[in-house]
Design a protein around this ligand. Structure first.
Ligand SMILES: C[C@@H]1O[C@H](OP(=O)(O)OP(=O)(O)OC[C@H]2O[C@@H](n3cnc4c(=O)[nH]c(N)nc43)[C@H](O)[C@@H]2O)[C@@H](O)[C@H](O)[C@@H]1O
Length: 390
């Protein structure tokens, strides 16, 4: 067994639970159609479930390798089985909860196995009398599930592209529940060393939603990997006259970093997240034409007395050769997060994650919770201000 330092001193150490309780592993996956930034949101929900579990039992969250993402179109790059450390700083995440990469999990298990899988689904009958009620029950599978039993009674599925992995047990679980309430299910109904929740996006934030410190602790722990931040910082310095010292955006170890709104000044540029592709038809009414976007950008530059603009976009002109698509997107987010003024795209989770990053850095919310409008909107409602709480 490879020795990996997954238990940080401030989380519960294995020894604290006594020898009787051995470490258990929670795995999860998300609906294949979901993009990178919604997946980050699902991570926060599952992370806080693991946080709760660790109050009673030592559980480690197994980070689902990235891959097969609908938006990652670069053909020539090998974009499956991508480790979390490619994008995030695991030491920072471990300040919140114990986590392990899937590859390391397989080494620890010594076998390519997931012991039990629960495929989360809705209730067939929907919400009864239209009221939200917390519940979960093992039920027949409603939709066709992406797991099949082979001739040796092994459950086969995607498993992030690891072809030999199998599960011993499989069931569909209807849920109408916030992530934290899975704790009692896991503690009462499962005993295996490893349990996987597929379609984890079915679980909602609930009480650990955007207004809670729990949400923000998980969010703050998701620090981008240093090698990506460095590329973003290099670009800021070279093209945007932006450094952390001048802009008052110095990042410290997240548990100690508590900024006030307005502490951060930001680099002397405007940043825009201009979402195109599927949004051009999915949100036709709220997404501007390029011409109208340009008009708004010009006005914002004038209003904020800025001369430079950084545009993050998924439009086709993007042509980066050596970085994985996820890496480029993170650098875009990083640079956009450091601007003096930001404007995003209607309901894009990509924009939401930039807004959160700016909250962490300590920007005035007025410079953050903004979006572009389309020419057809009579009232252009601006995004809700999800302010950081400590
Ligand atoms: C309609 C829904 O929209 C949701 O998208 P939305 O929230 O914007 O945000 P994401 O879930 O991140 O998905 C959008 C993906 O498109 C790329 N992308 C978008 N904007 C940029 C950008 O400025 N720069 C770069 N480099 N890449 C960008 C990137 O790969 C990103 O993860 C999706 O999660 C759902 O799957 C669904 O399609």
């Amino acid at each position: 067994h490879e020795k990996i330092d997954i238990f940080k001193p401030d989380t519960h150490s294995h020894a604290e639970f006594g020898e009787a309780k051995s470490v258990r592993y929670l795995l999860y996956d998300v609906n294949p159609g979901e993009g990178f930034n919604l997946r980050r949101d699902v991570f926060m929900r599952v992370a806080n479930l693991v946080k709760l579990l660790n109050e009673d039992e030592p559980w480690v969250l197994v980070l689902p390798p990235w891959g097969r993402l609908y938006h990652w179109k670069s053909q020539d790059l090998n974009q499956i089985k991508v480790k979390w450390s490619t994008f995030f700083d695991l030491a920072s995440i471990r300040e919140h909860i114990p986590v392990i990469e899937f590859e390391d999990y397989l080494k620890v298990m010594g076998e390519e196995v997931v012991e039990e899988i629960y495929y989360l689904q809705r209730y067939k009958e929907g919400w009864t009398n239209g009221k939200w009620e917390e519940k979960m029950d093992i039920r027949e599978c409603i939709d066709r599930v992406p797991y099949q039993k082979d001739e040796n009674d092994k459950w086969r599925g995607w498993f992030f592209g690891y072809e030999n992995v199998y599960a011993k047990k499989f069931a569909c679980l209807s849920v109408q529940s916030e992530a934290g309430n899975m704790k009692s299910f896991l503690m009462k109904n499962t005993t295996s060393r490893s349990v996987m929740l597929d379609r984890a996006e079915q679980l909602i934030h609930g009480r650990s939603g955007q207004h809670s410190t729990k949400f923000w602790d998980a969010r703050r722990s998701m620090v981008f990997a240093k090698h990506l931040r460095d590329i973003g910082d290099e670009f800021r310095k070279e093209y945007l006259d932006s450094t952390d010292e001048n802009d008052e955006t110095i990042l410290s170890n997240w548990p100690e970093m508590k900024k006030n709104h307005g502490d951060a000044k930001g680099g002397p540029y405007l940043s825009v997240h201009l979402r195109r592709k599927d949004y051009l038809y999915a949100h036709k009414e709220q997404v501007p034409s390029l011409k109208y976007a340009a008009k708004q950008i010009k006005e914002l530059l004038k209003k904020n007395k800025l001369k430079k603009v950084f545009i993050a976009s998924d439009c086709d002109e993007n042509d980066f050769e050596t970085l994985k698509d996820g890496g480029v997107a993170i650098i875009d987010q990083w640079i956009a997060a450091h601007a003096r003024h930001f404007v995003g795209t209607y309901v894009s989770t990509f924009s939401f994650r930039i807004q959160e990053e700016r909250e962490i850095l300590g920007f005035d919310p007025e410079t953050t919770f903004n979006r572009l409008c389309s020419e057809s909107e009579e009232e252009c409602e601006q995004p809700s201000k999800w302010k950081i709480v400590y």
